[in-house]
Design a binder for this molecule. Structure first.
Ligand code: FAD
Ligand code: MLT
Ligand code: ZN
Length: 471
């Protein structure tokens, strides 16, 4: 691959002063233009999108972010904000002519307040680091996801990430108390009140959650922390179908136990994970599906769980119970994403949907039927956070030429079951053509109005989320 120096980039740029201005703000070492150095910022985790950028800029604090954004605003250069680049819908991948604004250097943890149970930290702090900082005070971060070593706080806010603890603590939006963000013209917005009750006007932090870098660049967040559950127990149970898993989860819930996580997997998924990791199959006789449920209780969790399980022999084919953290059982679930990517012959078509719990079984059945009838060579792999109605539909070995038709088929089915085309990953590039399946015309018009008033020049992540660039 040819290598391009900053000097060469300056010469070829429409206006060399633009690059000089960026280098003056963040330092020359933090304006990357060499294709080899920027490659990791222009490709997404799934291998589905390869973008292009004129530079990657890495500011160190809010003032530098503001100055970089002002420079881009004045030059009319589009910006793609990027955190850990673990997004699964292509939202952090730049299109030609853009600058990637990497937030990874905004990585300071300012405070952990054990009384107010909050953390104040830069947008580039990873979820794993935030959780570690909370643990030092006997607390935990309320969002947990398999990408936590790389996914950043700014990224989870921008995508409104869910994850495995959502059933217990809610999504990222539910954890935000305060936010600092740089707007499209470079001005700095700070809504920073550590108050649980504060009803003054519009919910700006809530609006920025899920905005996917199209309205502002998040620079700092103030987020809730949670008290960790003690005496957790994890059950992995083989079940016939998702309806049995839902019934079992209901019985666990009704027994007074607190559901900390509730996941579903298929036998194909377990086989794939066992083939790609050193995990071992849980039971001698396979079941069509498996549910992993983590529970807690103020006392005697194990006894209470065993009672529910023995009263649920009608639902369970086999089961194993382990005290938390039960890493071996969780590995079977958390290794799904990597194992699926590694075993597909083509980039996986990853669709993250939700449907009402009452029709989840019917949806899965119809999905399997339609895929078997129309897409014989495609291997479906389903798993996800079923208690939130969220199923990750992964379609393996699909030729890229049929990806659009496949997506269309699945989304039509989701829509027919009154579901959502994005449960937790966002819309990004992957799903913007289908946004009308989830929102009315007036709703989309209202979103465009917000976009055009916050970003009149359309420089923040154009082409992401909304079907057309608003400029
Ligand atoms: P990026 O990928 O860098 O960016 C994602 C989007 O946010 C882009 O649109 C980008 O422009 C925007 N953005 C990033 N930072 C900022 C900022 N500071 N200001 C404004 N916009 C910004 N997601 C879930 O919801 N639940 C899961 O359980 C889950 N598990 C995962 C497991 C694996 C193995 C992987 C690879 C991904 C998983 N994801 C999951 C998806 C992904 O980790 C999340 O979407 C995460 O929130 C992305 O964070 P990031 O820092 O990597 O963001
Ligand atoms: C998960 O729940 O593991 C993630 O959302 C990642 C995925 O969908 O692959
Ligand atoms: Zn998920």
């Amino acid at each position: 691959m040819s290598s391009r120096t900053l000097v060469e980039a300056r010469e070829s740029a429409t206006d060399a002063r633009f690059f000089d201005a960026l280098a003056e703000i963040v330092g020359e070492a933090h304006v990357l233009t060499d294709p080899e150095l920027i490659e990791g910022y222009t490709r997404d985790w799934t291998g589905r999108w390869i973008g292009d950028a004129i530079a990657v800029v890495r500011p160190a604090d809010t003032a530098e972010v503001s100055a970089v954004v002002t420079t881009c605003f004045e030059a009319g250069i589009p910006i793609t904000p990027q955190g850990g680049n673990t997004g699964l819908v292509g939202g952090g991948i730049p299109s030609a002519g853009s600058v990637v604004l990497s937030t990874r250097r905004l990585d300071s943890i300012e405070t952990v307040d054990p009384i107010g149970r909050t953390i104040a930290a830069g947008a580039g702090v990873t979820v794993a680091r935030a959780d570690l900082a909370a643990s030092a005070h006997g607390l935990r971060f309320g969002i947990d996801l398999a990408s936590k070593e790389s996914a950043t706080l700014g990224g989870i806010v921008a995508t409104n990430a869910g994850g495995t603890r959502m059933v217990r603590y809610g999504n990222t939006r539910a954890q935000i108390l305060g936010i600092e963000a740089v707007l499209a013209d470079g001005s700095v917005l700070s809504r920073w009140t550590p108050l649980v009750k504060d009803n003054v006007g519009y919910d700006i932090p809530g609006l920025l959650a899920g905005s996917e870098g199209t309205l502002a660049i998040v620079t700092k967040v103030l987020m809730k922390l949670v008290t960790p559950a003690t005496d957790t127990q994890v059950v992995l149970a083989g079940v016939r179908d998702v309806d049995q898993a839902l019934q079992l989860c209901n019985r666990v819930h009704q027994s007074g136990l607190t559901v900390e996580a509730a996941e579903i997997m298929t036998d194909d998924g377990i086989s794939l994970v066992c083939a790609h990791t050193d995990a071992r199959r849980p039971f001698g006789t396979p079941s069509p599906m498996y549910t992993l449920i983590e529970v807690s209780s103020p006392r005697e969790t194990e006894e209470s769980l065993l009672e529910v399980l023995s009263a649920s022999a009608d639902l369970i084919e086999d089961a194993t119970v382990e005290p938390g953290p039960a890493r071996k059982l969780w590995t079977l679930r958390e290794s799904h994403t990597e194992s699926i990517s590694a075993s597909s012959t083509t980039p996986v078509v990853k669709l993250d949907i939700s449907v009402p719990l009452s029709v989840m079984g019917m949806f899965i059945e119809s999905l399997r039927e339609v895929l078997t009838e129309r897409f014989v060579h495609v291997r479906p792999m389903l798993f996800g956070h079923f208690a939130d109605g969220n199923i990750h539909v992964n379609l393996l070995d699909a030729e890229p030429s049929i990806a659009h038709e496949l997506t269309d088929t699945v989304f039509e089915l989701v829509s027919a079951h009154h579901g959502s085309i994005s449960a937790e990953h966002g819309i990004g590039r992957a799903k913007s053509p289908w946004i009308a399946l989830g929102r009315t015309e007036t709703d989309i018009a209202a979103m465009k109005l917000i976009k055009s008033s916050w970003d009149p020049r359309g420089i923040l992540n154009p082409g992401i989320l909304l079907p057309e660039t608003v400029g």
